[in-house]
Design a protein around this ligand. Structure first.
Ligand SMILES: [Zn+2]
Length: 86
């Protein structure tokens, strides 16, 4: 059996990326925060850094103090499952 030390050159999967951002404190781990669904604005998603198209739903996470994170629907789902510990 070969245990490769080298990680694949491809980018990590979305759940891995989001879990990593939560672990590093880039994304919040507070699951009590409320997600608000709205229409995409073309601005980048804070989870995957790709723009949320105006044809897509955008999920806003209000951190207070004027700080709002934007997610795709899928990214919001992964964030919620990452922060759900029980
Ligand atoms: Zn995204």
């Amino acid at each position: 059996m070969r245990l490769g030390n080298a990680l694949p050159r491809s980018s990590p999967s979305l759940p891995q990326l989001i879990a990593d951002k939560v672990a590093r404190g880039i994304l919040p781990s507070d699951k009590s925060l409320t997600l608000w669904a709205g229409h995409g604005s073309g601005r980048p998603c804070d989870a995957c850094d790709k723009p949320v198209a105006t044809t897509e739903f955008e999920y806003d996470l209000d951190l207070g103090g004027g700080l709002i994170l934007r997610f795709h629907g899928a990214c919001a789902g992964f964030w919620q499952s990452t922060t759900r510990n029980d």
